[in-house]
Write a protein that binds this ligand. Structure first.
Ligand code: UT7
Length: 330
């Protein structure tokens, strides 16, 4: 890996998971499904579902505070605050501005950058570019997703898959060998209709009929998304590894977006990374959209699963379609 190419590093992480655990047995009481079906098709056993009154910004705030404390950075030191969310508390203003006020990051400019489940990696790459250009010293990236608020709880094909949570990372301009080594990203807007919320925006405002049909909630063509996810995560991983000048053999840990165990297995197999070097938490949290990767990174760092010097590969895929992969050196 070329030291000269490393421009920004993660110096602190944090996470927030709502306390309420919602098991597959709880799901069986809601929709026509079974623990066996959910575990075998997805690998999910339980997920966290936020109590009523919880907000997307509130969850992000907890994760961000933890990340700042971990980094030893004060709110005033943050130059840019970026938020990834598909579940904003309101359409205007951005969740990032709400967070800025709550955190007291008065010197930062704040904005949301939305790329669905790939959002954390997209945000990281923008933060990296900003720091690398010398425009600032500290970036705070927060991914916060209250997925339970946009799920159709009568649709077994989607409601069993997702969970709520938030993760955050503090980045600094890197002066050593640690940091973001490479990225590879892609998007395909022609397939937007495979995973979307059809109503509730400007194009199709929510009316009585849309409300009854739950058109403001997530709809997904699961099988098509599955195939695209495998293809895109394998491809992005291969490109990111190639840009870093390494192979799967050099990866100490893969920390992927957590959507489906079979997607993780296929991506790992393609990158030639054995499953004992793949971090999995989707059994406990389900798919937390863009919060999946930062929550997983935080767990790995705090539990010592990632050690100084380790090379980590994080691939992601989501609505848009969007996808990407990032190689880190910790
Ligand atoms: O974060 C990125 C975006 N999301 C993803 O990456 C998710 C990608 N997709 C998937 O993970 C999988 O496609 C699913 C888990 C969503 C579905 O698994 P699948 O093996 O592709 O199942 P399927 O959609 O082909 O459905 C198989 C059967 C169907 O019944 P019939 O038509 O064969 O009788 C479904 O109606 O399973 C049925 N089914 C369920 N049965 C029990 C669908 N959902 C459920 C359920 N419980 N929750």
């Amino acid at each position: 890996m070329s030291r000269a190419e490393i421009r920004a590093e993660i110096v602190g992480t944090g996470r927030y998971l709502p306390e309420r655990v919602f098991t597959n047995a709880d799901m069986e009481r809601l929709v026509e499904t079974s623990d066996e079906w959910i575990r075998e098709r997805t690998g999910i056993r339980e997920r966290r579902i936020a109590e009523e009154g919880t907000t997307t910004a509130g969850m992000g705030l907890e994760a961000a505070r933890e990340a700042l404390a971990d980094a030893g950075v004060t709110p005033e030191e943050v130059d840019v605050l970026m938020v990834s969310t598909a579940t904003p508390d309101r359409w205007l203003p951005s969740t990032a501005c709400e967070l800025q006020a709550a955190l007291g990051t008065h010197n930062a400019f704040a904005f949301d950058l939305h790329a669905a489940c790939s959002g954390f990696l997209y945000n990281l790459s923008m933060a990296e570019g900003y720091l690398a250009l010398g425009k600032g010293d500290v970036a705070l990236v927060v991914a916060t997703e209250l997925m339970s608020g946009i799920l159709n709880w009568e649709d077994r094909a989607t409601c069993v898959l997702f969970g709520d949570g938030a993760g955050a990372a503090v980045l600094r301009r890197s002066e050593g060998e640690r940091g973001i080594v490479s990225h590879h990203f892609g998007s395909d807007g022609t397939l937007a209709g495979l995973l979307h919320r059809p109503a509730g925006g400007i194009r199709k405002p929510l009316d009585q009929e849309g409300l009854l049909k739950r058109e403001h909630m997530v709809q997904m063509a699961g099988r098509e998304i599955f195939k695209s996810a495998v293809r895109a995560m394998c491809d992005a991983s291969a490109h990111a590894l190639e840009k870093a000048g390494i192979t799967g053999d050099d990866v100490d840990l893969m920390v992927p977006h957590q959507a489906n165990m079979r997607i993780l297995e296929a991506t790992a197999r393609y990158a030639k990374i054995p499953m004992d070097r793949v971090y999995v938490n989707l059994d406990r949290y389900g798919n937390m959209s863009s919060a999946s990767i930062p929550v997983a990174l935080d767990e790995c760092l705090r539990e010592g699963r990632i050690q100084p010097g380790d090379t980590v590969l994080s691939p992601a895929f989501g609505a848009g379609l969007t996808w990407g992969a990032t190689v880190f050196q910790f």
